[in-house]
Design a protein around this ligand. Sequence first.
Ligand code: FBP
Length: 550
Amino acid sequence: MKKSALQKARAAYRPKLPIVLTGAVKAVEGHPTQSVADQEEIQKLFPNTYGLPELHFEKNPNPGAPKAVNVGVILSGGQAPGGHNVISGLFDGIKKVNRNSRLYGFLMGPGGLVEHRYMEITSEIIDEYRNTGGFDIIGSGRTKLETKEQFDKGLEILRELNISALVIIGGDDSNTNAAVLAEYYKSINAGVQVIGCPKTIDGDLKNDVIETSFGFDTATKVYSEVIGNIQRDCNSSKKYWHFIKLMGRSASHIALECALQCQPNICIISEEVEANNSTLQDVVNYIADIVAKRAENGNNFGSVLIPEGLIEFIPAVKALIAELNDLLANKAEEFAALTTEEEQRQFVLSNLSEANAATYASLPAGVARQLTLDRDPHGNVQVSLIETEKLLSAMVATRLEEMRAAGNYNGKFTAMHHFFGYEGRCADPSNFDADYCYGLGYNAACLISAGVTGYMSSLRNLTKPSVQWIAGGIPVTMMMNMERRHGEMKPVIQKALVKLDGAPFLKFASKRDDWAYNTCYTYPGPIQYFGPAEVCDQPSLTLKYEHQGK
Ligand code: FBP
């Protein structure tokens, strides 16, 4: 593999472990835990792994002579910067315990476990991937692990390879699966521990005990660099409005972080749209009013950040999607038998309630159709495929013409469109993510040594230098509640949406009017890997403000 100059230099970076993990550790138990909601149902579904205590690690002055262990690892779901470092940390962690330990990677996601596709990860292989972006060392996939047949099939290969612990690196859905698998293996005394690691650029796998998911820091820094560049371009030529859609699935954390970093003219936060019970037209009017006001000052340019999940948060569309999910799950065969788009549209319209049919009919045909296309294996609408940025700018243009006709607008409006998502998911991890991921992997090895199962690897105190981070494990059942998926109530990890009373949103809300009418852009520039700590080692502003607010 030919390496760039930066790749070569970056390979030499030594992630900084929390001080407690630099020697032998012992696990110290905290209080027993409860799930965040629906305690009774969750306890019933997880009789063997519910209520476990939180753990933290302390130095162990009298370690024994731990045995070698064979461990399996899976990368699950969308790519996020730092996945390779989780695997490097895990590799180094199990080798440190006993150099005869072995690490196997299952290929292309959870499907690799079920289909028995794997490779052994050796030191030669891992050294090629340290501090690099991507998940290409073993690949990733979105197969949902949920049936007993899949679990049993997985157990066959785990037994064949003498694997006694499995680490699943994934988002909320994948860690939910990890918890279900842990419970099942424990219930049949399979002798396989299951440990999760919090991954996703979306930033929505976090709570009181998991401060952030890995990859969010790097991805938002990449997007902020490009948004900053676009804003400087737009402030130079002063002739375009840039509509920038940002990944993040349901939650608006990515858009909010980029807004805090770049100070755009407009940033829509889906969670606020929902809380205000706004319609799509309300959002359009809000944008058009700012465009018109800036035009009065001769500023026919600007930037608009749009979270990709926006459409799902418009309350009327949300209700429509909920009914569509049930309809498409219950009448899947009938729907699949229809061959033309028009037949499918008519089928949907005739099966929906009156209110939802009206919403469906009011959406542009392409967007409406997208809402009926295949969900991902976890039941999510594939929002990254909906072109909300184009939909909004077209509606804003129409609204501005109405305002012009009424004598309320006299500017020029030319829109440019962008969608940033895939550009940031495989970037080389920032120092924060490189350290965080390596630490999460190493810490997972310590959880394995501690003999526990159904835990998520956890590092806390993340706004402090990495050597001061607190290492431990959180029972996954603690993060769960019951939600409707594919027409059924299921136990899932509660998704963290943007909190409207949280410090990051309040900071944004206190500034946004100034940013809208005055041009206050900031230009974060590219991620720096080498140089002073104040440039290279800064955590996200979301994390910083959340910690300040504590
Ligand atoms: P995860 O939740 O699996 O980390 O996925 C994150 C994400 O990048 C979302 O932001 C986006 O909506 C989705 O993946 C895109 O999925 P795909 O990679 O299958 O196109």
